[in-house]
Design a protein around this ligand. Structure first.
Ligand SMILES: [Zn+2]
Length: 418
């Protein structure tokens, strides 16, 4: 079996698409579409990300075959973990661009997780029903001119053989992370979170029956949330706005990307037509709204862009759009993970709307590479909610719970890394 040494890079791995850099992206896309003249071998320092274009799994309780297709062959590291039985494949800077349903658990493989959970690498985790080993059975240098393939067979082995694989798994990255931390690089586990207080300046947002303004509620909450996060280890916080100013939705997204954020949490307290409706709701991005309420809120929020007279960013070229979509698919996995954590920590403590986990096309959630959620803390159209939203104690408690959900989210990410 060929096990390639891992290349360590400290630069950012995720596709970043600042406005006006579409040319670079288009060039990157062309690498995916045509045979690369660079022919990056394992030792070549090509800094553009790898792209996993397709993935498949097939098999039964004794053997499962995993096929990964790349636009050029990456280095990888394969390691094992006990409790549960797991194999971990670490890749360098890679966009996992295959459709979400490509790797569904089957037979011997009971769960599959993957994503760009940290800087500089992508990870695939396979959980087994029984002790198993991932044998690399084929490394195809090139198929029909452009595709490079890795084929693994997960085969059931006995406990002793699995224990030997675990013992042989050297987790060099722990040492590497420590070294990085010493050289003033952020440590492996640090999470950069950007808090976005909705609305501001001429855009006041919703207004409550007693006259409170959404833009003030979101800013006060953002400050309380920031304070609560200061008690959470390994979290680095910044805010899109710290005063009463107008910011376009794309400026907010841009800020999160410029800050190299791992998370964007956008805070709102909107009005809805049904005045009796109250409680918190957590939204993630989707092209298709989960329901009419989510749709109307997204429409309402996205109109803010027009209020400020800001230009919408130019629509990306088709080829770049494909890459953005691909990066977005894995970002969504993380966004959904965070949204779940928020609901879990609110449960029983903060009043939640029915089906509190919803999705819609909120423009502020549209960074392709920053996991993002929008939290409606409550609805200003409801009198009781307005009272809570302006109550300092409620704000402090709820901010603590939200900080707790970020702590839990970070824990699950670190667990998947290790
Ligand atoms: Zn709002």
């Amino acid at each position: 079996m060929r096990l390639l040494a891992k290349q360590w890079r400290n630069e950012d791995t995720r596709i970043r698409i600042p406005a006006g850099r579409w040319v670079v992206l288009a060039a990157l896309a062309s690498l995916a579409l045509w045979p690369s003249p660079l022919r990056a071998g394992p030792d070549q320092a090509d800094s553009s990300p790898h792209i996993a274009i397709a993935a498949r799994m097939a098999g039964d309780d004794n053997r499962v075959r995993l096929v990964l297709d790349f636009e050029r062959l990456p280095d990888f590291e394969l390691r094992y973990l006990h409790n549960p039985y797991r194999a971990v494949i670490d890749l360098p800077q890679t966009v996992l661009a295959f459709p979400e349903d490509s790797l569904t658990a089957r037979g011997l493989v009971t769960a599959v997780r993957y994503g760009n959970s940290g800087k500089g690498r992508a990870r695939l985790v396979f959980e087994f029903a029984a002790p198993a080993r991932m044998d690399l059975v084929e490394t195809t240098e090139e198929i029909s001119g452009a595709i490079h393939r890795l084929v693994f067979d997960a085969v059931a082995v006995d406990d002793a053989a699995f224990a030997a694989e675990v013992a042989n798994s050297v987790w060099t990255e722990a040492g590497q992370a420590a070294a990085d931390a010493q050289s003033a690089d952020p440590s492996d586990g640090s999470l950069k979170i950007v808090i976005d207080a909705g609305h501001g300046g001429i855009d006041g947002g919703a207004e409550g029956p007693a006259g409170s303004s959404e833009k003030n509620i979101t800013l006060a909450f953002a400050e309380a949330f920031k304070e609560a996060l200061e008690d959470v280890d390994g979290v680095d916080v910044s805010m899109t706005r710290t005063d009463d100013r107008f910011l376009s939705l794309s400026a907010r997204v841009r800020k999160a990307r410029e800050e190299d954020a791992d998370l964007l949490v956008s805070l709102h307290a909107d009005s809805i037509a049904i005045r009796s409706l109250r409680g918190a709701t957590v939204y993630t991005l989707s092209d298709k709204a989960s329901d009419a309420l989510a749709q109307s809120l997204a429409d309402q929020e996205n109109r803010d862009e027009v209020i400020g007279g800001a230009n919408l960013e130019n629509a990306p070229e088709a080829v770049a759009a494909i890459l953005v979509d691909l990066a977005r698919a894995e970002t969504r996995v993380f966004s959904a993970g965070l949204a779940r954590q928020v609901i879990d920590s609110f449960e029983g403590q903060v009043k939640l709307i029915n089906n509190p986990l919803r999705h819609a096309g909120f423009r502020v959630l549209q960074a392709p590479d920053v996991p993002s959620v929008l939290v409606e803390l409550g609805y200003l159209s409801n009198k009781e909610d307005e009272k809570l939203l302006t109550d300092e104690e409620w704000r402090r408690n709820t901010a603590q719970l939200l900080a707790q959900s970020v702590r839990n989210y970070r824990k699950t990410i670190l667990a998947n890394r290790r």
